[in-house]
Ligand binder design. Structure first.
Ligand SMILES: NC(=O)c1ccc[n+]([C@@H]2O[C@H](COP(=O)([O-])OP(=O)(O)OC[C@H]3O[C@@H](n4cnc5c(N)ncnc54)[C@H](OP(=O)(O)O)[C@@H]3O)[C@@H](O)[C@H]2O)c1
Length: 375
């Protein structure tokens, strides 16, 4: 069965591609037209994470690169090229998306909702009725800060913390409508916040904590408070967030995709079994940006210039008040203890944010796809 993957150059997409190459002789990557040499970026990721030269040399023969415009009907391809692409597929992985938490809704809708619509159109056109594996996010649960979010829930009643969450919710709603209308299965994979302990590198895609670090650092520089300033952030000392190792998330997703779909929409929370306490995240930020963070119950009446700048970004302070849990009973029932992953702690997060040597000291984090086990 031939698979296509969108978003293969992304933080998650690269790990999904690595997993897919473990079991598929070739993969079609639907890359972002005009966004730079995708094959080179993919090859550099594999090289930097320890894949042997012999496997790297095989990549051009194992990847079929198709430049696409996700936001345009027909993915910006000619009618004929679109139909030929669709007819050659047994499965489509849709991981491309904008994760810009500060983006505005029209822009996010174009990439995340219209992009999903156009990928579904590809699936509808395919002669072999390819199965769609859609990468969503556990954060479609929106502004629900307490309690338990279940895999079968998709509800906008709580509102959303930012336009990104809303756009991902709308994409999932579209999938439900499409699946019902076309009577086609879709697997929806909802990871939590993805993290790595691989040190940052200019040739690797950034991950969400790198973005938060950059924003805090820029705010600190702009406000220029000197010393080690105190920053009062609205947050709960008993709050917690779910952070999942990106390599483990990719492994779980590919395993889940290997199951026979029910025929409708099968949704899975791909989350860590232990949440990270909010004070651990505050301690990480203190260490990274040399500030002292006080978690406070309400916004200060007299915010400093630094506090005002930090509060402006919709991807940090809102999440420090979260205490909800994501239920993943379905995944654990399928995979038992193999669904569990190592603890994500301060040291792990620190490793993924502080530049070091290029290649981690240990072995590469996952198999190096030396040869595909299936065609
Ligand atoms: N990172 C997380 O913590 C996280 C958590 C939960 C869910 N997710 C979901 O996981 C998926 C992948 O996220 P990621 O972390 O891999 O993000 P990422 O590193 O920002 O990568 C995004 C990918 O999408 C592609 N893309 C973006 N805009 C596009 C467009 N207009 N047309 C075509 N391709 C486009 C990018 O291609 P170029 O690089 O060539 O632009 C890149 O390959 C997203 O759907 C996201 O919502 C991510």
């Amino acid at each position: 069965m031939h698979v296509a993957l969108t978003g293969a150059t992304g933080f998650l997409g690269l790990r999904l591609l690595r997993r897919l190459l473990d079991t598929h002789r070739s993969v079609t990557v639907l890359v972002h037209a005009g966004s730079g040499d995708a094959l080179h970026r993919i090859t550099r990721f594999f090289a930097l994470t320890g894949v042997p030269e012999s496997s790297l040399a095989e990549l051009p023969g194992r990847l079929r690169v198709v430049e696409t415009e996700l936001e345009r009907p027909g993915l910006g391809l000619s009618g004929r090229a679109f139909q030929e692409l669709a007819d050659g597929l047994g499965a489509i992985w849709h991981s491309a998306g904008s994760i810009n938490l500060a983006g505005d809704l029209p822009e996010l809708r174009r990439t995340n909702v219209e992009g999903t619509r156009n990928v579904l159109e590809l699936a509808a056109a395919g002669r072999a009725s390819p199965v769609v594996h859609h990468v969503s996010t556990a954060f479609v649960a929106g502004s629900r800060r307490e309690g338990v979010a279940y895999e079968d829930e998709l509800d906008d009643a709580y509102g959303f913390e930012n336009a990104y969450e809303r756009s991902k919710y709308e994409a999932e709603a579209l999938i439900h409508a499409w699946s019902g209308e076309h009577r086609r299965p879709v697997v929806v994979l909802r990871p939590s916040i993805l993290v790595t302990d691989l040190p940052p590198h200019p040739e690797l895609p950034s991950h969400p904590f790198q973005v938060v670090e950059r924003i805090l650092r820029d705010a600190r520089r702009t406000a220029d408070p000197g010393g080690r300033p105190r920053v009062r952030l609205v947050g709960r000392p008993d709050g917690r967030l779910n952070l999942m190792q990106v390599d483990h998330a990719a492994e779980m997703m590919v395993r889940l995709a290997g199951r026979t779909p029910s025929g409708g929409v099968d949704t899975y929370h791909v989350v860590h079994d232990r949440d990270v306490p909010v004070p651990t995240i505050a301690a990480l930020l203190e260490r990274l940006v040399e500030v002292s963070i006080d978690l406070v119950a309400t916004e200060p009446d007299d915010p400093s210039a630094l506090e005002a700048l930090v509060d402006f970004y919709p991807g940090l302070t809102t999440y420090l008040t979260h205490r909800r849990r994501f239920d993943d009973t379905r995944v654990r029932a399928l995979f038992g203890s193999s669904a569990a992953s190592d603890r994500v702690d301060l040291d792990y997060l620190w490793s993924g944010l502080v530049p070091r040597g290029l290649v981690p000291a240990g072995p590469p984090p996952t198999a190096a796809f030396p040869s595909a086990r299936h065609a």
